[in-house]
Every structure is written in structure tokens, then in C-alpha cells.
Design a protein around this ligand. Structure first.
Ligand SMILES: *Cc1c(COP(=O)(O)O)cnc(C)c1O
Length: 356
């Protein structure tokens, strides 16, 4: 069986060594030494001054929304994982969907301004499959209308834009370290911001608002992560260069072999050092996509329809506007298997079936 992804699995001895330390200290969670060390190592790896390690990528988005005091309308993308939209609704905000660019799969900044009204407070955009949004244009629009910008950078570990980690952009960026992501801590997430006041507020927020034992600084939630999760992160971080290199090789292999007269590929933004976190192909239409998917599945290969359905079809949002690109692409896209252990033999098999 070849799944769409498989978690990166480091040598078990390396993980066990860190577990022994946890056992000896008898300190499992609540800002332990491994969580601190992991945050420090991450900052070094990413070249960032501020970051917060949290329990998952969804709570990261929710804390970001709360920290920016966003409660009304938020411009967002219909082509993302459900957590991008559900976090907004969960926090009492109203998602306003803007269509995507059919080449980059990211929110089309040319269509944002017409959707802004006096209740619009922010833009929450996803760097889809690790491909940077049109950050410069989004920033300009945000400045012109006084909007906050949050980037859901869940797919972005390792992506650089204009020479810097993509997590540097926006008022706040968030990411996920879930086991299915390129770099993972089993469950986990990260929050990034250049604003020191926000770092402070969000660090209270992720720990119930605790300011010492008996004092509280604002409303908080449990967004902490554990020593066991940080341990996985510390081990996996040592492999990140190899992980990125392999994904790059495997993606180029697909690109060279898949018949580009039948399928199209995501256009990666200029000035990007891309992390190759997914390998999406867009078929001519939905029935072609389903044909390819069925054929692969008959051979025990399981691509995923990422992202399907388009998020404007969720029954708890109001569907407004023309979202034709998002709907068309979500119906005709397939993400092919891509993970560290994927063999060349399997890749050749996958390409042959697809091209047939
Ligand atoms: C994975 C993912 C999330 C959620 O992250 P979790 O760590 O699973 O909570 C949010 N947004 C996008 C785009 C994702 O792919």
C-alpha cells in the first residue's frame, strides 16, 4: 500500500534517549526543559527571534485571531484545510471567501479589495502547499484598509521567501507540526510574530493566562505542548536538511516524468526557496481526476483530493461571491504520494499509471 504520506520516523534509539531524561526528571509538561530547548533550536534553524511552540496548528490560528482581537469579518481562502475556516467560525468571526489564483492556488489579491467593507478586520491567507502568497500585494492592501494579516503557514516548514523564513511575514504566521506534515512533533504547532507585545500576550494565552500561580493576565486556553512532543521535534530537527533534500529530488522526479500535456502543476511564486511539501497535479476536469484516482487505488496507491471540497461549501458558512477557480481546482486536483521513504520504484509505477 502506498499512502499519500507517511510520518517521518527517526531512529527509535534517539527518541528513547530523550525519553529517559524525561523519566529521570519526572517533568512531562508545563514549559519543561525540552520544550525550551526545542524552541531555541527552532529559532536557530529558522533564523527567527520570536516563536511559541503550541499543541497544534489549529490552536495556533485560534490564539492568533484572539490575540489580534478579531471578532468580525475576515477575508480568507476557500482552498485550504478545513481548520483555516473552522478556526475563524470557532472564534466567532465571519469568513469572507475570495477566489484563488488558478496557477498558484493562493488567494487572488486582485479580488480582495472588492470584498472589503467596514466590518472587515483581517486577512487570513494560506500559503497553499508551502507556496508563498502574493505577500507584497496583500501587505499593501492590509496597510491601505488597516487590516491585520495572519498567514496559515501550516505547509511551510523550510520555505523561504526573499531569503528569509516564510514565517517572518504577516502580523502573525502559524504552522503545524502534525505527523502528516513535512516536519513534525507528532502533534504540535508554532506561532510567529515580529511584534513583541503579541509574543507576550500569546505566551500568556497558551498557558491559561497564568502570570505566576495565583495571578492571571487576560483570558487564556490550554495551548501548551509536552516534553514528549518536544523530544520528537528535537530529534526530527536533526534530519530536516535530509528531509527537504529528498522531497526535492522526488518532486523533480515526478515533474520530469508526468505528462504535462495532460496535467498541470502548481506555479511557485518568484523569489521562493520552495520546500516541496506536496505534489499536486491538476487534471483536465473532475471526471479525469476521479479516473486517475480510481486507477491508482486499484493498484493500491492512495492519492488524496487536497483540498476537496472547496471550503465555501461547508454548511456553517455563508457562500458568497464567485469562487469558480477554487471550486474547479478542488474538484480536479490530486496530491500524489510524497514522503521520505517513498521509493524510486514506486514513483515509476505511479508515473506509469498516471500517464497511461
Ligand atoms: C494541518 C493544517 C492545519 C491544522 O494543523 P493541526 O496541527 O493538525 O491542528 C491548519 N491549516 C492547514 C492549511 C493545514 O494543512
Amino acid at each position: 500500500m502506498i499512502p499519500v504520506t507517511r510520518p517521518f520516523t527517526p531512529p527509535i534509539e534517539e527518541y528513547q534517549r530523550l525519553l529517559e531524561g524525561i523519566w529521570n526528571r519526572n517533568w512531562f509538561t508545563n514549559n519543561g526543559p525540552l520544550v525550551n530547548e526545542f524552541e531555541l533550536n527552532l529559532k536557530k534553524e529558522l533564523g527567527l527571534r520570536n516563536l511559541l511552540y503550541v499543541s497544534n496548528g489549529t490552536i495556533a490560528i485560534q490564539i492568533a485571531i484572539k490575540a489580534l482581537s478579531i471578532t468580525k469579518k475576515v477575508i480568507t481562502t476557500p482552498f485550504s484545510y478545513v481548520a483555516t475556516t473552522s478556526s475563524l467560525v470557532w472564534e466567532g468571526c465571519t469568513p469572507v471567501f475570495v477566489d484563488i489564483d488558478p496557477d498558484t492556488f493562493n488567494i487572488d489579491p486582485g479580488k480582495i479589495e472588492e470584498c472589503i467593507d467596514e466590518d472587515t478586520e483581517a486577512i487570513l491567507a494560506t500559503h497553499c502547499f508551502g507556496n508563498p502568497c502574493d505577500i507584497d500585494t496583500i501587505e499593501k492592501i492590509a496597510e491601505k484598509y488597516g487590516l491585520k494579516v495572519i498567514y496559515d503557514a501550516a505547509h511551510c516548514f523550510g520555505t523561504k521567501y526573499k531569503g528569509k523564513s516564510i514565517f517572518n511575514y504577516g502580523d502573525i504566521s502559524t504552522t503545524s507540526f502534525h505527523a502528516t506534515k513535512l516536519f513534525h512533533t507528532i502533534e504540535g504547532g508554532g506561532i510567529f510574530t515580529p511584534h513583541l507585545d503579541l509574543v507576550k500576550r500569546m505566551s500568556y494565552m497558551r498557558n491559561f493566562g497564568h502570570d505566576g500561580f495565583h495571578k492571571f493576565n487576560g483570558v487564556g486556553i490550554n495551548g501548551k505542548n509536552s516534553e514528549m512532543h518536544a523530544a520528537m521535534g528535537l530529534v526530527n530537527l536533526k534530519y530536516i536538511d535530509r528531509i527537504l533534500k529528498r522531497r526535492r529530488e522526488k518532486s523533480i522526479f515526478y515533474r520530469d516524468r508526468i505528462d504535462d500535456s495532460q496535467f498541470s502543476f502548481q506555479k511557485i511564486e518568484n523569489e521562493t526557496e520552495y520546500n516541496f511539501s506536496y505534489f499536486p497535479i491538476v487534471c483536465k476536469n473532475e471526471s479525469e481526476a476521479l479516473k486517475v484516482k480510481n486507477k491508482l487505488e486499484r493498484n493500491n496507491i492512495f492519492p488524496r483530493r487536497y483540498f476537496y471540497p472547496s471550503l465555501n461549501s461547508l454548511d456553517y458558512v455563508h457562500n458568497t461571491g464567485n469562487l469558480i477557480n477554487a471550486e474547479q481546482i478542488s474538484r480536479s486536483i490530486l496530491c500524489l504520494p510524497l514522503f521520505y521513504e517513498l521509493s524510486k520504484k514506486d514513483q515509476i509505477l505511479i508515473c506509469n499509471i498516471i500517464n497511461e
